[in-house]
Design a binder for this molecule. Structure first.
Ligand code: UD1
Length: 381
Protein backbone atom coordinates (compact mmCIF):
# COMPACT_ATOMS: atom_id res chain seq x y z
CA UNK A 1 0.00 0.00 0.00
CA UNK A 2 1.24 3.46 -0.83
CA UNK A 3 0.31 6.50 1.27
CA UNK A 4 1.15 10.11 0.57
CA UNK A 5 0.78 12.54 3.43
CA UNK A 6 0.71 16.26 2.79
CA UNK A 7 1.88 18.89 5.25
CA UNK A 8 2.58 22.59 4.95
CA UNK A 9 2.72 24.58 8.16
CA UNK A 10 4.05 24.39 11.70
CA UNK A 11 1.00 22.86 13.40
CA UNK A 12 1.14 19.93 10.95
CA UNK A 13 4.60 18.79 11.98
CA UNK A 14 3.79 17.61 15.51
CA UNK A 15 0.79 15.74 14.11
CA UNK A 16 2.61 13.94 11.30
CA UNK A 17 5.57 12.77 13.43
CA UNK A 18 3.61 10.07 15.32
CA UNK A 19 1.87 8.95 12.12
CA UNK A 20 5.20 8.29 10.42
CA UNK A 21 6.49 6.49 13.52
CA UNK A 22 3.37 4.31 13.59
CA UNK A 23 3.87 3.36 9.93
CA UNK A 24 7.44 2.30 10.70
CA UNK A 25 6.20 0.17 13.61
CA UNK A 26 3.51 -1.36 11.42
CA UNK A 27 6.12 -2.27 8.80
CA UNK A 28 8.27 -4.01 11.40
CA UNK A 29 5.38 -6.27 12.38
CA UNK A 30 3.42 -6.78 9.19
CA UNK A 31 4.09 -8.46 5.86
CA UNK A 32 1.77 -5.97 4.18
CA UNK A 33 4.23 -3.08 4.07
CA UNK A 34 3.15 0.51 3.78
CA UNK A 35 5.20 2.75 1.53
CA UNK A 36 4.99 6.31 2.78
CA UNK A 37 5.78 9.48 0.85
CA UNK A 38 5.94 12.77 2.75
CA UNK A 39 5.12 15.90 0.74
CA UNK A 40 5.76 19.41 2.17
CA UNK A 41 4.08 22.36 0.47
CA UNK A 42 6.58 24.82 1.98
CA UNK A 43 3.91 27.21 3.32
CA UNK A 44 6.14 27.61 6.37
CA UNK A 45 9.70 27.94 5.16
CA UNK A 46 11.78 29.61 7.93
CA UNK A 47 14.17 27.28 9.73
CA UNK A 48 12.49 28.09 13.03
CA UNK A 49 9.00 27.46 11.62
CA UNK A 50 9.84 24.28 9.73
CA UNK A 51 13.21 22.46 9.57
CA UNK A 52 13.78 22.80 13.32
CA UNK A 53 10.64 20.75 13.97
CA UNK A 54 11.74 18.02 11.57
CA UNK A 55 15.01 17.78 13.45
CA UNK A 56 13.54 17.95 16.95
CA UNK A 57 10.74 15.48 16.30
CA UNK A 58 12.80 13.05 14.20
CA UNK A 59 10.65 13.54 11.13
CA UNK A 60 12.46 12.26 8.04
CA UNK A 61 13.11 14.98 5.45
CA UNK A 62 10.18 15.45 3.08
CA UNK A 63 10.46 13.18 0.06
CA UNK A 64 8.97 15.87 -2.13
CA UNK A 65 9.03 19.62 -1.53
CA UNK A 66 6.51 21.67 -3.52
CA UNK A 67 8.17 25.01 -2.64
CA UNK A 68 4.91 26.94 -2.65
CA UNK A 69 5.90 29.35 0.12
CA UNK A 70 3.53 32.00 1.44
CA UNK A 71 1.10 34.12 -0.52
CA UNK A 72 -2.58 34.90 -0.64
CA UNK A 73 -4.90 32.03 0.19
CA UNK A 74 -5.80 31.50 -3.45
CA UNK A 75 -2.12 31.45 -4.38
CA UNK A 76 -1.27 28.94 -1.67
CA UNK A 77 -4.21 26.65 -2.41
CA UNK A 78 -4.03 27.00 -6.21
CA UNK A 79 -0.29 26.53 -6.48
CA UNK A 80 -0.39 23.53 -4.14
CA UNK A 81 -3.11 21.92 -6.27
CA UNK A 82 -1.11 22.40 -9.46
CA UNK A 83 2.07 20.92 -8.02
CA UNK A 84 0.41 18.20 -5.96
CA UNK A 85 -1.57 16.92 -8.95
CA UNK A 86 1.74 16.18 -10.70
CA UNK A 87 2.93 14.23 -7.66
CA UNK A 88 -0.27 12.16 -7.50
CA UNK A 89 -0.17 11.36 -11.21
CA UNK A 90 3.42 10.18 -10.92
CA UNK A 91 3.20 8.29 -7.62
CA UNK A 92 -0.32 6.86 -7.92
CA UNK A 93 -0.87 6.40 -4.17
CA UNK A 94 -3.65 4.30 -2.64
CA UNK A 95 -4.28 6.88 0.05
CA UNK A 96 -3.71 10.55 0.68
CA UNK A 97 -3.62 11.60 4.31
CA UNK A 98 -4.07 15.21 5.43
CA UNK A 99 -3.77 16.53 9.00
CA UNK A 100 -5.25 19.53 10.75
CA UNK A 101 -6.67 22.63 9.09
CA UNK A 102 -4.01 24.58 7.22
CA UNK A 103 -4.24 25.55 3.54
CA UNK A 104 -2.34 22.44 2.41
CA UNK A 105 -5.20 20.18 3.48
CA UNK A 106 -7.80 22.05 1.48
CA UNK A 107 -5.63 21.87 -1.64
CA UNK A 108 -4.63 18.28 -0.95
CA UNK A 109 -8.17 17.06 -0.39
CA UNK A 110 -9.59 18.55 -3.57
CA UNK A 111 -6.70 17.29 -5.67
CA UNK A 112 -6.85 13.81 -4.14
CA UNK A 113 -10.54 13.34 -4.89
CA UNK A 114 -10.30 14.77 -8.40
CA UNK A 115 -7.69 12.08 -9.04
CA UNK A 116 -10.00 9.46 -7.44
CA UNK A 117 -7.61 8.67 -4.60
CA UNK A 118 -8.90 7.61 -1.18
CA UNK A 119 -8.59 10.40 1.35
CA UNK A 120 -8.19 10.35 5.13
CA UNK A 121 -8.36 13.42 7.37
CA UNK A 122 -6.68 13.33 10.77
CA UNK A 123 -8.27 15.77 13.25
CA UNK A 124 -11.63 15.72 11.48
CA UNK A 125 -14.87 17.18 12.80
CA UNK A 126 -13.53 20.25 14.60
CA UNK A 127 -15.85 23.21 13.99
CA UNK A 128 -15.58 26.79 15.18
CA UNK A 129 -18.76 27.75 13.33
CA UNK A 130 -16.85 30.81 12.10
CA UNK A 131 -16.66 30.70 8.32
CA UNK A 132 -14.47 33.84 8.24
CA UNK A 133 -11.58 31.67 9.50
CA UNK A 134 -9.58 30.20 6.62
CA UNK A 135 -9.01 27.11 8.78
CA UNK A 136 -12.78 26.48 9.07
CA UNK A 137 -13.10 26.48 5.28
CA UNK A 138 -10.22 24.04 5.04
CA UNK A 139 -11.82 21.72 7.62
CA UNK A 140 -15.18 21.75 5.85
CA UNK A 141 -13.60 20.89 2.50
CA UNK A 142 -11.42 18.08 3.88
CA UNK A 143 -14.24 16.55 5.90
CA UNK A 144 -16.74 16.72 3.04
CA UNK A 145 -14.38 14.85 0.75
CA UNK A 146 -12.71 12.32 3.08
CA UNK A 147 -13.34 8.58 2.97
CA UNK A 148 -12.21 8.19 6.57
CA UNK A 149 -12.55 10.97 9.14
CA UNK A 150 -10.35 10.44 12.19
CA UNK A 151 -11.79 12.45 15.06
CA UNK A 152 -10.04 13.61 18.24
CA UNK A 153 -13.12 13.66 20.49
CA UNK A 154 -16.81 12.75 20.68
CA UNK A 155 -17.94 16.34 20.10
CA UNK A 156 -16.33 16.16 16.66
CA UNK A 157 -18.21 12.93 15.90
CA UNK A 158 -21.46 14.72 16.66
CA UNK A 159 -20.54 17.67 14.45
CA UNK A 160 -19.95 15.34 11.53
CA UNK A 161 -23.11 13.32 12.06
CA UNK A 162 -25.09 16.58 12.17
CA UNK A 163 -23.61 17.49 8.78
CA UNK A 164 -24.77 14.17 7.36
CA UNK A 165 -21.44 12.33 7.22
CA UNK A 166 -22.17 8.58 7.13
CA UNK A 167 -21.43 7.02 10.52
CA UNK A 168 -19.14 4.34 9.12
CA UNK A 169 -16.71 6.94 7.79
CA UNK A 170 -16.18 8.48 11.23
CA UNK A 171 -13.48 6.90 13.38
CA UNK A 172 -12.95 8.26 16.86
CA UNK A 173 -9.24 7.69 17.53
CA UNK A 174 -8.19 10.46 19.96
CA UNK A 175 -5.83 13.39 19.56
CA UNK A 176 -2.67 12.70 17.58
CA UNK A 177 -0.96 15.82 18.92
CA UNK A 178 -1.02 14.30 22.36
CA UNK A 179 0.96 11.33 21.00
CA UNK A 180 3.76 13.82 20.41
CA UNK A 181 3.31 15.50 23.77
CA UNK A 182 3.55 12.20 25.61
CA UNK A 183 6.49 11.04 23.54
CA UNK A 184 8.46 14.26 24.08
CA UNK A 185 7.49 15.15 27.66
CA UNK A 186 10.62 13.78 29.27
CA UNK A 187 13.01 15.42 26.83
CA UNK A 188 11.24 18.76 27.27
CA UNK A 189 11.28 18.70 31.04
CA UNK A 190 15.07 18.33 31.03
CA UNK A 191 15.52 21.72 29.30
CA UNK A 192 16.49 24.85 31.23
CA UNK A 193 14.48 28.02 30.90
CA UNK A 194 17.61 30.18 30.92
CA UNK A 195 18.96 28.34 27.88
CA UNK A 196 15.66 28.47 26.04
CA UNK A 197 15.60 32.24 26.42
CA UNK A 198 19.25 32.78 25.57
CA UNK A 199 19.05 30.70 22.42
CA UNK A 200 15.95 32.43 21.06
CA UNK A 201 16.19 36.10 22.04
CA UNK A 202 15.15 38.47 19.26
CA UNK A 203 17.35 41.17 20.72
CA UNK A 204 20.56 39.40 21.73
CA UNK A 205 21.55 42.31 23.96
CA UNK A 206 18.37 42.19 26.02
CA UNK A 207 19.45 41.56 29.62
CA UNK A 208 16.91 39.38 31.39
CA UNK A 209 16.41 37.71 34.72
CA UNK A 210 15.30 34.11 34.46
CA UNK A 211 11.69 33.84 35.58
CA UNK A 212 10.95 31.34 38.33
CA UNK A 213 8.50 28.49 37.99
CA UNK A 214 4.91 29.75 38.16
CA UNK A 215 6.11 33.33 37.89
CA UNK A 216 5.73 33.97 34.21
CA UNK A 217 3.14 34.16 31.47
CA UNK A 218 3.53 32.78 27.94
CA UNK A 219 2.10 34.75 25.04
CA UNK A 220 1.61 33.54 21.46
CA UNK A 221 -0.54 35.36 18.90
CA UNK A 222 -0.84 34.90 15.18
CA UNK A 223 -4.47 35.00 14.05
CA UNK A 224 -5.27 37.70 11.50
CA UNK A 225 -8.30 38.63 13.65
CA UNK A 226 -5.96 39.65 16.49
CA UNK A 227 -2.83 40.96 14.85
CA UNK A 228 -3.89 42.38 11.47
CA UNK A 229 -5.99 45.30 12.77
CA UNK A 230 -4.36 48.18 14.60
CA UNK A 231 -7.48 48.98 16.66
CA UNK A 232 -7.47 45.43 18.06
CA UNK A 233 -3.75 44.72 18.30
CA UNK A 234 -2.75 47.97 20.07
CA UNK A 235 -5.11 47.52 23.07
CA UNK A 236 -3.94 43.90 23.43
CA UNK A 237 -0.31 45.07 23.49
CA UNK A 238 -1.17 47.77 26.04
CA UNK A 239 -2.88 45.18 28.24
CA UNK A 240 0.17 42.92 28.09
CA UNK A 241 2.58 45.74 28.90
CA UNK A 242 0.49 47.51 31.55
CA UNK A 243 -1.32 44.66 33.30
CA UNK A 244 0.39 41.31 32.77
CA UNK A 245 3.98 42.62 32.76
CA UNK A 246 3.39 44.33 36.10
CA UNK A 247 2.41 40.98 37.65
CA UNK A 248 4.88 38.64 35.96
CA UNK A 249 7.56 38.17 33.40
CA UNK A 250 6.07 37.62 29.97
CA UNK A 251 7.72 35.28 27.49
CA UNK A 252 6.40 35.96 24.00
CA UNK A 253 7.52 33.58 21.25
CA UNK A 254 6.49 35.67 18.32
CA UNK A 255 5.03 34.33 15.08
CA UNK A 256 6.32 35.97 11.84
CA UNK A 257 2.88 37.40 11.08
CA UNK A 258 2.64 39.11 14.50
CA UNK A 259 6.22 40.37 14.21
CA UNK A 260 5.51 41.96 10.83
CA UNK A 261 2.42 43.65 12.26
CA UNK A 262 4.37 45.02 15.26
CA UNK A 263 6.78 46.59 12.80
CA UNK A 264 4.02 47.88 10.55
CA UNK A 265 2.13 49.54 13.42
CA UNK A 266 5.41 50.90 14.86
CA UNK A 267 4.94 48.99 18.11
CA UNK A 268 8.13 46.98 18.11
CA UNK A 269 10.28 49.47 20.04
CA UNK A 270 7.59 49.90 22.67
CA UNK A 271 7.37 46.14 23.18
CA UNK A 272 11.15 45.75 23.25
CA UNK A 273 11.52 48.47 25.85
CA UNK A 274 9.35 46.67 28.43
CA UNK A 275 11.92 45.17 30.80
CA UNK A 276 9.58 42.42 32.00
CA UNK A 277 8.77 41.21 28.52
CA UNK A 278 11.11 38.73 26.86
CA UNK A 279 10.62 38.66 23.13
CA UNK A 280 11.69 35.42 21.44
CA UNK A 281 11.79 34.10 17.90
CA UNK A 282 9.42 31.20 17.21
CA UNK A 283 10.75 28.49 19.53
CA UNK A 284 11.11 24.73 19.20
CA UNK A 285 8.55 22.13 20.21
CA UNK A 286 10.35 20.97 23.35
CA UNK A 287 11.11 24.54 24.34
CA UNK A 288 7.48 25.61 24.29
CA UNK A 289 6.44 22.42 26.04
CA UNK A 290 8.93 23.09 28.84
CA UNK A 291 7.77 26.71 29.21
CA UNK A 292 4.17 25.53 29.28
CA UNK A 293 4.96 23.03 32.04
CA UNK A 294 6.35 25.81 34.24
CA UNK A 295 4.17 28.82 33.34
CA UNK A 296 1.55 30.38 35.58
CA UNK A 297 -0.71 31.26 32.68
CA UNK A 298 -0.82 31.14 28.86
CA UNK A 299 -2.39 33.83 26.67
CA UNK A 300 -2.79 32.55 23.14
CA UNK A 301 -4.89 32.31 20.01
CA UNK A 302 -3.47 28.93 19.03
CA UNK A 303 -5.75 25.88 19.03
CA UNK A 304 -2.91 23.43 19.62
CA UNK A 305 -1.68 25.29 22.68
CA UNK A 306 -5.22 25.19 24.13
CA UNK A 307 -5.01 21.40 23.93
CA UNK A 308 -1.54 21.20 25.43
CA UNK A 309 -2.60 23.47 28.32
CA UNK A 310 -5.52 21.16 29.02
CA UNK A 311 -3.31 18.10 29.28
CA UNK A 312 -0.64 19.91 31.32
CA UNK A 313 -3.14 21.80 33.49
CA UNK A 314 -1.84 25.29 32.67
CA UNK A 315 -4.58 27.95 32.84
CA UNK A 316 -5.09 29.31 29.32
CA UNK A 317 -6.77 32.49 28.15
CA UNK A 318 -7.75 31.93 24.54
CA UNK A 319 -7.93 35.26 22.70
CA UNK A 320 -10.75 34.23 20.40
CA UNK A 321 -14.54 34.48 20.44
CA UNK A 322 -15.03 30.88 19.40
CA UNK A 323 -13.11 27.64 19.34
CA UNK A 324 -13.20 24.50 17.25
CA UNK A 325 -11.89 22.71 20.36
CA UNK A 326 -14.66 23.07 22.98
CA UNK A 327 -13.33 20.03 24.81
CA UNK A 328 -10.44 22.19 26.05
CA UNK A 329 -12.78 24.71 27.69
CA UNK A 330 -13.24 24.96 31.44
CA UNK A 331 -16.90 23.96 31.19
CA UNK A 332 -15.73 20.60 29.81
CA UNK A 333 -13.02 20.23 32.46
CA UNK A 334 -10.24 21.74 30.31
CA UNK A 335 -7.84 24.60 31.07
CA UNK A 336 -8.95 27.18 28.55
CA UNK A 337 -11.40 30.06 28.65
CA UNK A 338 -12.49 32.10 25.64
CA UNK A 339 -11.80 35.80 26.17
CA UNK A 340 -12.14 37.21 22.64
CA UNK A 341 -10.09 40.28 21.83
CA UNK A 342 -11.90 42.91 23.86
CA UNK A 343 -9.47 44.06 26.53
CA UNK A 344 -12.09 44.57 29.26
CA UNK A 345 -13.17 40.96 28.90
CA UNK A 346 -9.56 39.76 28.76
CA UNK A 347 -8.68 41.71 31.92
CA UNK A 348 -11.65 40.37 33.86
CA UNK A 349 -10.96 36.73 32.91
CA UNK A 350 -7.24 37.19 33.52
CA UNK A 351 -7.87 38.19 37.16
CA UNK A 352 -10.45 35.47 37.60
CA UNK A 353 -8.16 32.81 36.14
CA UNK A 354 -5.23 33.74 38.38
CA UNK A 355 -7.43 33.11 41.40
CA UNK A 356 -8.34 29.58 40.28
CA UNK A 357 -6.50 26.29 40.14
CA UNK A 358 -6.55 24.15 37.03
CA UNK A 359 -5.94 20.44 37.08
CA UNK A 360 -4.51 18.43 34.20
CA UNK A 361 -7.11 16.61 32.15
CA UNK A 362 -6.69 13.95 29.50
CA UNK A 363 -9.92 13.57 27.50
CA UNK A 364 -10.92 10.11 26.29
CA UNK A 365 -8.27 8.49 24.05
CA UNK A 366 -5.79 11.36 24.42
CA UNK A 367 -3.43 8.61 25.48
CA UNK A 368 -0.46 8.73 23.12
CA UNK A 369 -1.73 5.85 20.94
CA UNK A 370 -3.83 7.70 18.37
CA UNK A 371 -1.41 7.23 15.44
CA UNK A 372 -1.24 3.51 16.08
CA UNK A 373 -5.05 3.29 15.87
CA UNK A 374 -5.08 5.35 12.66
CA UNK A 375 -2.51 3.20 10.85
CA UNK A 376 -4.33 0.03 11.89
CA UNK A 377 -7.64 1.33 10.51
CA UNK A 378 -6.10 2.41 7.20
CA UNK A 379 -4.19 -0.87 6.83
CA UNK A 380 -7.38 -2.88 7.43
CA UNK A 381 -9.69 -0.69 5.32
C1 UD1 B 1 -0.85 29.27 9.28
C2 UD1 B 1 -2.16 28.50 9.26
C3 UD1 B 1 -2.79 28.49 10.64
C4 UD1 B 1 -1.81 28.01 11.69
C5 UD1 B 1 -0.56 28.86 11.61
C6 UD1 B 1 0.47 28.40 12.65
C7 UD1 B 1 -3.52 28.52 7.21
C8 UD1 B 1 -4.74 29.06 6.59
N1 UD1 B 1 -3.14 29.09 8.35
O1 UD1 B 1 -1.14 30.65 9.50
O2 UD1 B 1 -3.92 27.63 10.64
O3 UD1 B 1 -2.40 28.11 12.98
O4 UD1 B 1 -0.01 28.74 10.29
O5 UD1 B 1 1.70 28.95 12.47
O6 UD1 B 1 -2.93 27.61 6.67
N2 UD1 B 1 5.95 33.59 7.34
C9 UD1 B 1 7.30 33.71 7.56
N3 UD1 B 1 7.99 32.57 7.74
C10 UD1 B 1 7.42 31.35 7.72
C11 UD1 B 1 6.04 31.27 7.51
C12 UD1 B 1 5.31 32.40 7.33
O7 UD1 B 1 7.86 34.80 7.56
O8 UD1 B 1 8.12 30.33 7.89
C13 UD1 B 1 5.17 34.81 7.11
C14 UD1 B 1 4.44 34.77 5.78
O9 UD1 B 1 5.22 35.24 4.74
C15 UD1 B 1 3.21 35.58 6.04
C16 UD1 B 1 2.95 35.38 7.51
O10 UD1 B 1 4.16 34.88 8.08
O11 UD1 B 1 3.43 36.93 5.79
C17 UD1 B 1 1.81 34.43 7.77
O12 UD1 B 1 2.03 33.16 7.17
P1 UD1 B 1 0.84 32.33 6.48
O13 UD1 B 1 1.40 31.11 5.89
O14 UD1 B 1 0.06 33.24 5.60
O15 UD1 B 1 -0.17 31.94 7.62
P2 UD1 B 1 -0.03 31.80 9.18
O16 UD1 B 1 -0.52 33.04 9.81
O17 UD1 B 1 1.33 31.31 9.56
Amino acid sequence: MKIISLIGARPNFMKIAPFIRAIKNHNKKSDEKIEHILVHTGQHYDIRMSQQFFKDLNIPPADIHLEIGSGTHAEQVGNTMIEFEKVIKKEKPDWIVVVGDVNAICAGSITAKKEHIKLAHIEAGLRSGDITMPEEINRLVADRLSDILFTPDRISDKNLLKEGVPKERIKFVGNIMIDTLENEREKASALEIRNIIKKNLIDENHSFTVPNINKFAIVTLHRPSNVDHKEIFIPIIDFLLNDVASDFHIIWAIHPRAFKQLEKFELLEKVKSCSNLILLHPIGYHELLKLNMDAKIVLTDSGGLQEECTVLGTPCLTLRWNTERPITLREHGGASVLVGNNVEKIRQEYKDTLSKNTIPLSPELWDGKTAERIVKIIAEY
